[in-house]
Design a protein around this ligand. Structure first.
Ligand code: PHB
Length: 387
């Protein structure tokens, strides 16, 4: 550009009303998700869901075209701060969407609190994100780890089980799910006799399965997800435990992996905020569009990605795409009533969905809804002190 053209551009920019300028610039969405490792398929489903909603809106949210910048976080907490700072500082994104793994998400929450960047969490349940780390610029379209654990504990107590063992990957998601499970199960008259764990993302389950066989509990609660969950459910069956000791879990144990688990998963009961067979017009429309777009059936991760885009849209629509009106935008996001495929929900003050938890039974390739474990379950939001 020569000097006259620069001057002309500057004059034009000044002449345009601010809102019009904002509408012209693309909105940069930083997607930080796992593209490799045990959670890779979960990352893909979240991205598919997010993109589907944007496509349904004609490629624009709040009048602004969306541009994506992507980082593979590898579900590796040790790389998380560097990875999220690539999006925040190098790419200058307007909003970060991510991620699946709680340990990675905790580092992301700390980074966005420092830079005051908007963060929408489309899966990772780390309780602290809507607890001690809660902030006006952080919301979640998924769950807190406590929630599905608690709902599964309610279900297990209702079934009349008395002695339970838990087994999980030893990091925030596993620990906090087991804690939620224990809280509800023991309130309902049961007792957790032992917690078993192994480091994420290990899948050498044999010694722990031998321990379960020796202890003979009434029921086993498991937290695993993705490829690790596929292997765990098959190993549990191969060890002969499926016939003697019922296995239950938060629904991540079977979501998106039923095909890989085959007969080993049939009949498995889980609790989650999404299920197959909801048969509502909203869910059916979503499922049909998702299947046509991606030649895949949606799962809970796809729904959470779709809803992350819906929450962002609620904020952007309120300010017609002008993110300069930050307080208005954040407040619209937090107050939005999300018309989700899972059912309508709102966000609690700490930024976490207040939602129903379904009981699901694995039948064929579906986690079919058979009942409700808990209706409108809020996360307690312990330790959240919003400025
Ligand atoms: C988590 O790390 O918070 C996490 C990962 C996978 C899931 C659920 C929670 O399916």
């Amino acid at each position: 550009m020569n000097i006259t053209r620069i001057a002309l551009a500057a004059t034009l920019a000044l002449a345009l009303p601010l809102a019009a300028q904002a509408q012209q610039a693309k909105l940069k969405v930083g997607l930080m998700l796992p593209a490799t490792g045990t959670f890779a398929a979960l990352g893909t489903a979240i991205e598919n869901g997010f993109r589907l909603y944007v496509t349904e809106q004609g490629g624009k949210l709040g009048g602004r075209e969306i541009e994506f910048v992507k980082v593979d976080d590898e579900s590796d907490p040790s790389k998380a701060t560097d990875n999220v700072n690539k999006l925040i500082k190098r790419d200058n994104v307007d909003v970060v969407v991510g991620t699946v793994h709680s340990g990675v998400a905790l580092a992301m929450a700390r980074a966005v609190k420092e830079s005051n960047t908007l963060l929408i969490v489309p899966n990772a349940g780390a309780d602290a994100i809507t607890g001690p780390l809660c902030a006006p610029n952080i919301v979640r379209s998924s769950f807190s780890n406590w929630q599905p654990g608690f709902a599964t504990g309610v279900m297990a107590a209702q079934k009349g089980y008395k002695r339970a063992m838990t087994i999980y990957w030893n990091y925030a998601a596993g620990q906090e799910s087991a804690k939620g499970f224990t809280e509800a199960f023991e309130k309902g008259g049961g007792k957790v006799i032992k917690d078993l764990s192994l480091p994420f993302p290990n899948v050498e389950f044999q010694a722990l399965l031998t321990e379960i066989a020796a202890q003979k509990p009434d029921v086993v609660f498991a937290f695993f997800a993705g490829a690790g969950a596929a292997k765990f459910v098959k190993d549990y069956d191969a060890a002969g435990l499926r016939k003697t000791t019922p296995l239950i879990g938060s629904g991540f144990l079977t979501d998106g992996v039923l095909e890989a688990q085959g007969p080993s998963a049939q009949g498995l009961l889980t609790a989650l905020h999404y299920a197959d067979g909801l048969n509502t017009p909203r869910d059916t429309a979503f499922r049909n569009k998702y299947a046509v777009s991606y030649k895949l059936q949606p799962d809970v991760y796809a729904v959470q990605g779709y809803d992350a885009a819906q929450i962002l849209a609620a904020g952007l629509n309120a300010v017609k795409g002008d993110m300069g009106k930050r307080d208005v935008m954040l407040s619209a996001m937090r107050k939005s009533n999300i018309d989700s495929p899972r059912g309508k929900y709102t966000l609690a003050a700490a930024g976490n969905p207040v939602q129903d938890f379904y009981i699901r039974e694995a039948k064929g390739r579906e986690n079919l809804m058979t009942g409700i474990a808990v209706k409108v379950l809020p996360d307690p939001g312990r330790g959240c002190n919003m400025r």
